[in-house]
Design a protein around this ligand. Sequence first.
Ligand SMILES: C[S@@+](CC[C@H](N)C(=O)[O-])C[C@H]1O[C@@H](n2cnc3c(N)ncnc32)[C@H](O)[C@@H]1O
Length: 414
Amino acid sequence: MARTDTVHSHAPEPLGVPTRRAAIKLLDAVLRRGEALEAALPAATRMVHGPDRGLAHAIAAETLRRLPDLDALIDGATERVLPPDAKARMALRIALVQALVLGTPAHAAIATVLPLVDGGPRKLVHGVFGTLIRGGQLLPEVPALPADVEARWAAAWGEAMVEEAERAIAAPPPLDITLADPARTDEWQGVLGGTSLMPGHLRLDEHAPVPDMAGFGEGAWWVQDVAASLPAQLLGAGDGRTVLDLCAAPGGKTMQLAAAGWRVTAVDQSGSRIKRLRENLFRTRLKAEVVQADVLAFAPNAPADAVLVDAPCSATGIFRRHPDVLHRVHPALIADLAALQGRILKRAADWVKPGGRLVFATCSLEPAEGEAQLAAFLEARPDFAVADAADRVLPGRYAGGNDGFFVVGLVRAG
Ligand SMILES: C[S@@+](CC[C@H](N)C(=O)[O-])C[C@H]1O[C@@H](n2cnc3c(N)ncnc32)[C@H](O)[C@@H]1O
């Protein structure tokens, strides 16, 4: 059979267009398929390299952070409301976020986006973008939350919390780090600067890339929001006692527990995350037994003095760093995750020695993954009682600005 090669004579694509295409693929993965932004990165950015990957990620993340406000601008400038997943809306969102938030010159923001709507709504995108930019339109200083999230959180926590959450989206979150040796907090503050909310913690507003910072390579500290450091702190010093760290990867809490003198068994089902946990232990020279297993199928050799369950959750408490959760987490997903947490907690409870401790944590702002979970657990397990609330270890200078977490410490009857 004869075979002919077809030669395409396309002009090379203008610089920067593949990066914008990748940004739209990322948005599509989150908004239409409900994928986590981080999880969608490898496939969506396959065709872009080096710093352009970071740029595609930044465009998508910033679009997700400001989505309701961007859409309000677009809707104010179009005669007919564009469908949520219309190509024109996607193109306008990323052109506007670049021009209005990321500081891209307007001509570059639109020139790199128009080729993505060639043969389609090019005129509309060009016209709406031009109208908005020429009209000096800006995004509001305080971002809006998606309407469904706003309603859910207002019902759970009140309007004041919603306003605080909205203000929290406006500014990039600081970098919190946990020191392996809390006794050296002053020393490391002298080196790295920043403020310390409690021994073992530093908060930096500005910093070099993490791997280049003093002390990271030698394992003196790791990145961890101060709220995420509270669950392990509830357990205090280990003095050689045993702890099961369930759902442990990438190991923030494993490292804290090992550094505090616990004999840690760290369990997680994800191979790629376990790999990162091992790398973290290697870098910090901390020790833990590492087990790759599904907690629902795993059983420890013996009950432990303490069990920490950092359960898989909706992650709505970390919306500042992962704005995709604001758009892809819906009540059905929250209910599914809450059911999974309940099953994990039920097993974990049996692995606590009489008189031992159980800590349950989720980085969630959904009562179903916190207060309601605890109430159901206490109802089913009268042999457990609440021992600590996180405020026991919260720093005196606690000033907000932290991720949203639910943390409770329980004790099993002796
Ligand atoms: C919130 S993250 C853990 C963060 C970690 N504790 C830390 O401090 O770095 C939840 C973890 O649960 C794991 N996971 C989810 N379902 C699991 C299951 N059934 N068994 C074991 N691990 C699970 C995920 O792979 C993920 O690493």
